[in-house]
Design a protein around this ligand. Structure first.
Ligand SMILES: [Zn+2]
Length: 147
């Protein structure tokens, strides 16, 4: 028998394992979201939300458009807005929240890029980045909109 005959027996279990692992990580992600925690980007522990506000920013992106190098793109294009009523039809926006890890004591932000359709938020992607890079944007938002 050639190696080619054994190949399905090797490949199929690997594919099944990969699907199961991906499914578990998506399920974990949803669980975290429900509990209001975010996986620490440094050590993967559950980090509770510490921001008082859910910061809101407009993105100059329409519908299903995508962008590369998310951190740089977001940092240079996010525009602070007060509320979802300020989002023009068909344009995307993002929520930003800050999380503090109880294990390694580091902060990160979760950026939820969404499209609002008929009053409902449709999340396109969720990104996690170091807090420090986004701090000036969040401080700017607070100066404009926090009471
Ligand atoms: Zn951590």
């Amino acid at each position: 028998m050639d190696l080619i005959d054994y190949l399905p027996a090797i490949v199929i279990p690997i594919v099944i394992i990969a699907i199961v692992v991906a499914g578990i990580s998506i399920a974990k992600e949803r669980q975290r979201e429900k509990r209001g925690v975010s996986a620490c980007i440094y050590c993967k522990a559950d980090a509770p939300r510490i921001s008082q506000h859910t910061y809101l920013f407009l993105l100059p992106v329409f519908f299903g458009a995508t962008y590369d190098d998310a951190q740089n793109y977001l940092l240079s294009h996010m525009k602070p807005i007060r509320g979802t009523e300020q989002i023009p039809t068909g344009m995307r926006a993002c929520y930003v929240e800050v999380f503090l890890c109880p294990r390694c004591d580091k902060k990160h932000v979760a950026v939820r890029d969404f499209l609002r359709v008929r009053g409902e938020d449709h999340i396109q992607r969720i990104y996690r980045f170091p807090y420090e890079a986004f701090r000036p944007l969040l401080d700017g938002w607070e100066q404009n909109y926090a009471n």
